[in-house]
Design a protein. Structure first.
Length: 137
């Protein structure tokens, strides 16, 4: 199993909307950055992803699971980009703010900090555990 971080603007798609999608989940589509799209292609069923609210809030707010691997993104007229389906697993009792992530020296290597505009990124297992601990899971 691998770990990932998915960014979404909460006024476009929020953790609550993801929860409301239920067990059938929802497509994680609209990704038009090639590096982020390549990360979507690497995702496998059962992988876990932090759900990050970007722009408004800037914090990890939940966890979702990949339930369908990469397929052609229906919102892409060029046919070059892919989407995955994810389902809601949990909302964090204590969201993890970007400022707190940046202050943790063990997390300074994360793409979340180094490539702030990247919307889909891998998270190593050590960082996954640290971030979970920060959220008091």
């Amino acid at each position: 199993m691998k770990y990932w971080l998915l960014k979404s603007e909460p006024d476009v798609w929020s953790i609550d909307q993801q929860k409301d999608a239920g067990s059938k989940g929802a497509s994680w589509d609209g990704v038009r950055n090639y590096q982020a799209a390549n990360n979507l292609r690497l995702m496998r069923k059962g992988d876990l992803c932090f759900f990050y609210h970007s722009n408004i809030g800037k914090k990890i707010v939940g966890i979702v699971e990949v339930i369908k691997e990469a397929f052609l993104d229906k919102t892409d007229k060029t046919g070059r980009f892919v989407a995955v389906n994810v389902k809601f697993l949990k909302k964090l009792d204590k969201p993890v703010d970007l400022d707190k992530i940046k202050k943790n020296k063990e997390l300074c290597h994360l793409s979340l900090i180094r490539q702030s505009r990247l919307s889909v990124m891998p998270i190593d297992s050590k960082s996954w555990k640290i971030l979970n601990k920060m959220s008091k899971i």
